[in-house]
Design a protein around this ligand. Structure first.
Ligand code: SF4
Ligand code: SF4
Length: 223
C-alpha cells in the first residue's frame, strides 16, 4: 500500500519533509519517461484522432464517451509511471471533484442514480471547505471506483507522477488546506491535450459545474 494507515500524523509529516527535501527529481524522471513513451508517431496519431473527434458533427452527449476512450489510450501509456492505481483513492475522499452537468447526466444514465438539479453556473467549492471534506465520493465503493468506465473528465485527466501517493495523504491535504508551510505540493500531471475538446463539449450557456457530491448527494438513490 502507498500509505500506512497506522502511521501517526507526525510520522507522515516527517516523510513529507523527506520527500520535499528530495526535490522533484523523481517526478521529473517519471515525466521524462512518459514523454519518451509518447513517440512522435504516437502523438501524430493521437492528434489526428482528437481532430477527428472535434470535427465530428454529433452531440456532446455522444462525443463524451468517445473523448473518454481517447483518454484511456493516453492513460495506458502513462500508467506505468504514475502513483495512481487500483484501490488508491485518497483523492476520492479529500478533494473537490468538479464535473459538468453533461458528465453528471452520463453517470446518472449509466447508474440509474438521480442527479440533483442545480442552477446554471459554477458551484464547486474551494479546497478549503465544502461537501468533499471528510466525505468520500458517492461512487467510491469498497475502496474502488464503482463507475470506473464512466468516471468524469477530471478523474481521468489528473494523476500523480511519483513513486507513491504520499502527497495525496489527507494529512498533506489538511496542511495544504490550512496553508501550513509543511505542506508539500502534489506532483500532478494533466491530460492538457484534451482540454480544448472537453471545453468545447462543456463550456456552453447554461452549463452547471459542481462537485460530484453536489450532483449526487449520499442520500440520492434511484427509485
Ligand atoms: S491522485 Fe493520488 S490518491 Fe488519487 S489515485 Fe492518484 S496517487 Fe492515488
Ligand atoms: S468518480 Fe470514481 S475516480 Fe472519480 S472521485 Fe469518484 S470514486 Fe474517485
Amino acid at each position: 500500500m502507498e500509505q500506512r494507515d497506522s502511521e501517526s500524523t507526525d510520522a507522515i509529516i516527517q516523510r513529507l519533509a523527506e520527500r520535499q527535501a528530495e526535490g522533484r527529481t523523481e517526478s521529473k524522471a517519471r515525466l521524462a519517461a512518459i514523454e519518451r513513451a509518447m513517440t512522435p508517431q504516437w502523438r501524430a496519431t493521437m492528434e489526428a484522432k482528437i481532430t477527428r473527434l472535434n470535427s465530428e458533427a454529433s452531440s456532446p452527449r455522444s462525443k463524451l464517451p468517445k473523448l473518454y476512450m481517447l483518454m484511456e489510450e493516453v492513460a495506458a501509456v502513462r500508467a506505468p509511471h504514475l502513483a495512481c492505481g487500483p484501490g488508491c483513492n485518497a483523492c476520492c475522499r479529500t478533494i473537490p471533484v468538479e464535473i459538468s452537468d453533461l458528465e453528471a447526466r452520463h453517470i446518472a444514465q449509466a447508474t440509474g442514480r438521480t442527479m440533483a438539479t442545480l442552477p446554471p453556473g459554477r458551484h464547486t467549492p474551494a479546497l478549503t471547505g465544502g461537501p468533499h471534506v471528510n466525505t468520500p465520493c458517492p461512487f467510491l465503493v469498497a475502496d474502488m471506483c464503482s463507475i470506473y468506465e464512466h468516471r468524469p473528465y477530471n478523474c481521468r485527466s489528473l494523476a500523480v507522477v511519483d513513486r507513491d501517493a504520499l502527497t495525496c495523504h489527507e494529512v498533506n491535504t489538511n496542511l495544504t488546506r490550512t496553508k501550513d508551510p509543511r505542506a508539500v505540493p502534489v506532483p500532478m500531471t494533466k491530460m492538457q491535450a484534451f482540454d480544448p475538446s472537453y471545453a468545447a463539449l462543456t463550456n456552453r450557456a447554461g452549463t452547471v459545474w459542481a462537485d460530484i457530491r453536489q450532483f449526487f448527494p449520499a442520500q440520492s438513490k434511484s427509485t
